[in-house]
Design a binder for this molecule. Structure first.
Ligand SMILES: Nc1ncnc2c1ncn2[C@@H]1O[C@H](COP(=O)(O)OP(=O)(O)OP(=O)(O)O)[C@@H](O)[C@H]1O
Ligand SMILES: [Mg+2]
Length: 261
């Protein structure tokens, strides 16, 4: 009898340990595959509640330059720029994806205002937290939008602690590597010169010299530029370039009516 009890106790504790391992593994996978929790079919975060976000994605089919200029906290960075950058880098699109698709690995940049904000916001949202230390051990933990299993080994920028320079991202369908680079406007328009890019995501408003460089980098590839920002700088050149003519200063409604008449 006592033998049976002992076996039973061992079995129960084994089962408990197995259960804990299973739930820990499930939690790890959910943490490292955050992208799949966005825009579900049903529930409180269902994509039907995000018509503007869907319009932004769909516009990629027909427009090389896209901008979501909107209020704070509505999902510009993570819900639009970060989400689409992840899909375009990995080539892993949900079945309902209404936008453009690349069928090969791409070259992409993600950029923000300063080195620090790009690292703390964009890099964090795409790649997760920093782990380890020292150039050979330091890494990112893959708890951002790009699944951990799709991330290669990053290279680091000189002079800015923990700021990724480039990171390979596995393009699933081809089993080859996308190159994702991080930049900041603080580095100046010169740092945006150089290589051709298929996708550039600018989170926060750049000045025209940087935006112009990005247009050049994507011109020969028929690449895409995505801007996601709240217009804090007023009617800047970049803002005006996305506004319809009738919303820009100096537009004379009477003149247009006369011309049409
Ligand atoms: N589609 C989504 N589904 C679920 N959560 C989302 C979605 N989009 C954004 N979020 C969450 O909402 C919060 C705000 O999102 P995000 O940072 O993208 O907004 P933002 O418009 O860029 O904000 P800010 O004005 O501060 O720059 C974040 O915590 C993000 O995880
Ligand atoms: Mg933002």
């Amino acid at each position: 009898m006592s033998q049976v009890t002992a076996d039973g106790a061992i079995t129960a504790s084994k089962k408990q340990a197995e259960f804990e391992r299973f739930t820990a593994e499930l939690e790890r996978r959910n943490r490292e595959r955050k992208i799949h929790s966005f825009y579900p079919d049903e529930g409180p975060l269902r994509r039907g509640l995000y018509p503007k976000h869907m319009e932004f994605f769909a516009a990629g089919l027909t427009h090389r330059e896209r901008c979501i200029m909107a209020a704070n906290r509505i999902g510009k960075t993570e819900g639009c720029g970060g989400y689409e950058t992840t899909l375009q880098c990995t080539g892993d699109y949900p079945y309902w994806w209404p936008g453009r698709k690349f069928d090969r690995p791409i070259a992409a940049w993600a950029a923000g205002k300063t080195n620090e904000t790009t690292r703390d916001i964009i890099q964090r949202k795409l790649l997760g937290q920093i782990t380890g230390s020292g150039s050979s051990k330091k890494n990112v933990d893959g708890t951002g939008l790009i699944p951990a299993e799709m991330l290669g080994k990053p290279t680091w920028k000189q002079g800015v602690a923990d700021f990724v320079d480039t990171i390979p991202v596995l393009h699933g369908p081809s089993r080859r590597w996308t190159t994702l680079g991080f930049k900041s406007y603080q580095q100046g328009s010169g740092s945006f010169e150089g290589t051709e890019q298929d996708l550039i995501w600018l989170d926060e408003e750049p000045d025209m010299s940087i935006y112009g460089e990005c247009l050049i980098r994507t011109a020969t590839t028929n690449g895409m530029i995505m801007l996601t920002f709240t217009p804090l700088l007023g009617l800047s050149k970049v803002v005006m370039s996305f506004l319809p003519a009738e919303a820009t200063p100096g537009y004379d409604d009477d003149v247009v009516r006369t011309d049409l008449g």
